[in-house]
Write a protein that binds this ligand. Sequence first.
Ligand SMILES: Cc1cc2nc3c(=O)[nH]c(=O)nc-3n(C[C@H](O)[C@H](O)[C@H](O)COP(=O)(O)OP(=O)(O)OC[C@H]3O[C@@H](n4cnc5c(N)ncnc54)[C@H](O)[C@@H]3O)c2cc1C
Length: 504
Amino acid sequence: MKLIFLSAAIVSVTFAASDALKKSCCASLSNALSSETLYVQDQGYIESLKSYWTTQESALKPSCIVKPQSTDDVATAVKLLAKLDCSFAIRGNGHTAWAGSANIQDGVTIDLRSIDQIKVGSNGSPTQVGTGATWGDVYGTLDPLNLTVIGGRASLVGVSGLTLGGGISYLSPRYGFVCDNVENYEIVLASGKITNANANQNSDLFRALKGGSNNFGIVTRFDLRTVQLGQMWGGQVVYNVSLVPQALKAFTDFNAANPYDEYASTIQSVAFDSTFGLVAVNSFQYTAPVVNPPAFAGFDVIQPQLSSTLRITTLKDITDEQGAFSPAGFRDLYTTITFRNDLPFLTYVYNTWKSTVTSSITSIPNLNYAITWQPIPPAITSKSVPATSSNSYSNPNRDTGNSLGLENSKTPLILCSLSIKWERSTDDAVIESTARNFIEQIGKAAREKGVDNDFLYLNYALNGQDPIRGYGRENVERLKKASRQYDPNGVFQKQVPGGFKLPF
Ligand SMILES: Cc1cc2nc3c(=O)[nH]c(=O)nc-3n(C[C@H](O)[C@H](O)[C@H](O)COP(=O)(O)OP(=O)(O)OC[C@H]3O[C@@H](n4cnc5c(N)ncnc54)[C@H](O)[C@@H]3O)c2cc1C
């Protein structure tokens, strides 16, 4: 009995201590950054939570939200939070689906959206993008100048999370992953120090940030390689699902094309939607103003098309269209797996997915249950190879490589993702177990058939998946070394529980 009382007393003292600590975290932030620190009754707090992409992320209630207006503000906040041992979350634009990636219950959330300045790079210099900007902000600024950067495919998504997780762009076949085209990161380290990481300064941190997500500090500015882009061709084509077998064949042929037309990219999806039933959608993009480019000729046999939005237009317009398919304010789940470009296996994956479209799924109201694949041909992965005199790509800032572990991939890969949108929390358990079982089954089958690949794209991964381990042992060791060097007390490992952590 005594023991029980004693342990109850210890528990209540611990709670009291942690409550006091939480209060002192927010109180200290209020002292240092008074107008930037928001509490539950503030309009700014309510707006911040409401503006996450998914309702799961919006549902977490931090003790306070700090909304820095400058890099100096970020440095002040990080220094305080590290010193007081406070738990905190780092929010870019809040587009990760799962709860706790960029928000935190009862801790402090740093909402970076106000740091969104864009300074256009001219004469070959990089475009400087504040960490809170969206890709739509960036393209809206650059399109009229016939310039662009290598960035995301939906306008509302954040520059920061996407770039730190690697990033795949319509321009990736020409220029590599989004992270391969960052020339410099301005970053606040755990000590509060503001520094830069580029090919010449802190080059090990520079490489670590190319795929290392939120494990090293808070990036406050991305200096992105600026390239020419006028108008382009692209849009979405919808088919009846009976045509999926032809679509899969066209997709795997496209992915294996040799030579690969580096202006061309595509994404193929099949979805069960509560309103439309089963539909197949192919999105096509060509980053030059060419109508029906020959690179997509293999898709011409997929007839009839139920609808098509293919047109010559701007990148901003294409990314607005893509974004409109994924409105905010729902429950969402993303999960992912990568395997070799193999038509029989892709057919197996599609059939397995179709077998999960049972009444326990289709009876969920306002559901969109989609499987998507996109090509990762050597045209993309080969550009992650550090530049040398013999392969000198035009971007010297690529000379450190990245952390993704794909640079030696000699064969085309398929990046497969499951994305599910629904409304009621009571459906969470069915959705989550269906998704996790599906990915497990596909992973097992891929290993058995020898078409597996360890890469799990961090930006599509579900909590519980371990994308950083998938970068391979050598990259993980380099990342751990960078963590020890730039964050010796492990602030971003221990005090920032959200996101994907290094596998220590
Ligand atoms: C509709 C839609 C379209 C998408 N399209 C693409 C696409 O075309 N290509 C692609 O590659 N991915 C795409 N994604 C996936 C996208 O890359 C991820 O959702 C990404 O995390 C979004 O970035 P964010 O800043 O909005 O995310 P957040 O959820 O805010 O952040 C993601 C993670 O990064 C960390 N983080 C964010 N900012 C910083 C920072 N400044 N410093 C340190 N850590 C930080 C956060 O702590 C969090 O763990 C898409 C997602 C959606 C929902």
